[in-house]
Design a protein around this ligand. Structure first.
Ligand SMILES: [Cu+2]
Length: 105
């Protein structure tokens, strides 16, 4: 019983070590053709969970070419931030949809 608990504890500790301490998951929701929140701070290695609540397809397309994520209707897509910078992004289908990601190294 006790050794089982110890084994579980060491497993949890190993898992914690293998993931960078700052890696976080950030949720950005698209609802009625709006990215929300419109301005997000993140770090390289963080995951963005793009939640598209619209019945339309969207994209999250970086103006500087750093990322281009396709967001099918009513789907959630995850992408990992690989590059630091202040990135303005938009939707290729609805160019009025705009937002900013500030990615620290
Ligand atoms: Cu769109």
């Amino acid at each position: 019983m006790l050794s089982g608990r110890l084994a579980l504890l060491s497993f949890v500790m190993l898992a914690a070590v293998s993931v960078p301490a700052h890696a976080a998951t950030i949720r950005i929701t698209i609802d009625k053709l709006t990215f929300s929140p419109a301005s997000v701070s993140a770090e390289v290695g963080d995951t963005v969970e793009w939640v598209n609540k619209d019945a339309l397809a969207h994209t999250a397309t970086a103006r500087n070419g750093d990322f281009d994520v396709t967001l099918p209707p009513s789907k959630t897509v995850s992408s990992v931030l690989r590059k630091a910078g202040t990135v303005d992004y938009y939707c290729r289908y609805h160019p009025n949809m705009r937002a900013t990601l500030t990615i620290a190294p």
